[in-house]
Design a protein around this ligand. Structure first.
Ligand SMILES: *[C@@H]1O[C@H](CO)[C@@H](O)[C@H](O)[C@H]1NC(C)=O
Ligand SMILES: *[C@@H]1O[C@H](CO)[C@@H](O)[C@H](O)[C@H]1NC(C)=O
Ligand SMILES: *[C@@H]1O[C@H](CO)[C@@H](O)[C@H](O)[C@H]1NC(C)=O
Ligand SMILES: *[C@@H]1O[C@H](CO)[C@@H](O)[C@H](O)[C@H]1NC(C)=O
Length: 435
């Protein structure tokens, strides 16, 4: 009883503080949008007055610490799931306060975003307050993507390709003193590690992931902070399978390292501005010592290229950064390759030897996917002594599954925690195995 009333007292105090802290009489330092909204009310009043947001308001009141984390200047944007959004995420345990705190943090932007004023078309990457390493290894705060369509609707994309539509209850961009509230119809999902993202949401990345496992770079790569990955799609691996198959693990690892940009989370708009300056190169995991360790970014019209490979799908969010899908495997030994902007698709930069042409087509299994650890029905792996490679068997569910010691489908505490959020968000990931 005492604890409860003390909690309530704190919330009222914080909500009042928010009022006191804020604009009128002085709005110095606040963004123009916020200043203009002179009729804006305090956060508590806005939330209390919106019946679509009663679940959200209750969560905020039960977890008042979240309000203490709000930045004190520059405004904020609260992404508030509607009551129905919470209802849809049926397994969400609203009493798990660590989970709720992280989830709420992922729904707060430390800046005031008036979505109506964004250009329609491109996706804008915004950081959130989520920084806990249990859920993210993006140092500046895990990101979301906002895009406004030409019909004035707007969508937020979060982990595993989850799309949340902005609702007009009563309008987009609900102002309060200190920023905006954006109401969404679906909870945002904190991005997962590459393993889960490739296997559950972006299956065109499974060859890349399998190759990372074969070369020994996965799963450790997913625990590295702040990375940008240029991931060739499955068809890119298929078209040069006969050139990649004979490579040793070390040689394969070198090629894959050339696809990873450490210590930077580069969105498509970052890449676009980099591409504007000619000859700009990105240092990869192969190192900055030699020219062969760098990938050149360029632009032709709206297309972005890395050496001669074209960017196909940008801005897929990961627990530790971002991945962009490209149409060809990059070759560190062919780093001078430049794109042919006129071509419909770029030519692979690996020699496929005569007589070893690669079969291609949708009926052929994606290369390297037999290296993915099993997720569901793990059979006893059998080891082929010559190659150290586990033979692949088909599980009861008909899914190809395979495992080896040290990289099996062990669920780390963090991944399990992430699955908690994912399951919570109704993704049904729990019970399917996490990696
Ligand atoms: C948000 O942006 C739109 C379009 O630029 C503008 O009309 C509106 O006044 C802005 N809202 C606030 C509260 O500043
Ligand atoms: C959410 O679920 C509760 C209980 O199942 C129900 O009473 C309520 O009407 C639902 N709210 C919305 C907005 O769907
Ligand atoms: C973040 O990195 C640490 C190791 O540095 C790792 O233990 C943790 O699982 C990572 N978090 C996520 C969400 O992947
Ligand atoms: C790149 O250059 C084009 C034209 O030169 C310009 O319109 C565009 O705004 C620039 N993009 C970035 C991100 O700097």
């Amino acid at each position: 009883m005492y604890a409860k009333s003390r909690g309530l007292w704190r919330v009222s105090a914080i909500l009042l503080t928010l009022v006191a802290m804020l604009p009128s009489p002085t709005t110095a330092g606040w963004p123009k949008d916020v200043k203009r909204a002179t009729e804006a009310k305090a956060l508590g009043a806005v939330l209390a007055g919106n019946e679509e947001l009663s679940t959200y308001y209750n969560l905020i009141k039960q977890n008042p610490d979240i309000l203490l984390q709000l930045p004190h200047s520059g405004g904020v944007t609260l992404i508030a799931p509607s009551n129905e959004a919470f209802n849809k995420s049926n397994s969400f345990d609203l009493k798990d306060s660590a989970l709720v705190t992280s989830l709420l943090q992922y729904h707060i932007l430390p800046l005031s975003v008036n979505v109506s004023s964004l250009e329609p078309g491109p996706s804008y990457l915004f950081p959130t307050l989520l920084t806990s390493p249990a859920y993210t290894n993006v140092t500046k705060g895990q990101n979301i993507l906002i895009s406004r369509q030409h019909d004035d609707t707007a969508v937020i994309t979060s982990g595993l390709g989850t799309r949340s539509t902005l609702l007009e209850v009563p309008s987009q961009d609900i102002p309060f003193i200190g920023g905006f509230i954006q109401v969404v119809d679906t909870l945002l999902v904190p991005p997962s590690r590459l393993e889960l993202t490739a296997r559950d949401a972006y299956k065109d990345l499974t060859s890349f992931l399998g190759a990372l496992y074969k070369s020994g770079l996965a799963p450790d790569l997913s625990s590295q902070r702040d990375i940008t990955i240029l991931a060739p799609r499955n068809a890119a691996f298929q078209s040069i399978a006969s050139a990649l198959d004979p490579l040793s693990r070390e040689d394969l690892a070198a090629i894959l390292r050339y696809h990873i940009i450490p210590d930077r989370v580069l969105s498509s708009s970052d890449l676009s501005s980099l591409g504007n300056s000619t000859g700009l190169s990105l240092v990869t995991l192969l190192g900055s010592d030699s020219k062969a360790g760098k990938v050149t970014v360029s632009k032709a019209g709206n297309n972005i290229f890395f050496n001669s490979a074209q960017l196909l799908q940008a801005d897929i969010l990961l627990a530790n950064g971002v991945v962009h899908i490209i149409d060809n495997v990059l070759n560190p030994d062919e780093f001078v390759e430049v794109p042919d902007p006129e071509a419909r698709s770029q030519t692979p930069v690996f020699q496929v030897s005569k007589g070893a042409e690669t079969r291609t087509g949708t009926r052929i299994p994606a290369p390297f996917t037999t290296w993915l650890p099993c997720t569901t029905d793990c059979p006893e792996p059998t080891v082929d002594a010559n190659t150290q490679r586990m033979t692949t068997t088909t599980g009861r569910n008909g899914v190809n599954s395979q495992s080896s010691s040290g990289m099996g489908a062990q669920i780390t505490a963090a991944a399990a925690a992430a699955a908690g959020i994912l399951g919570a968000a109704g993704m049904g990931v729990i019970g399917m195995g996490v990696m």
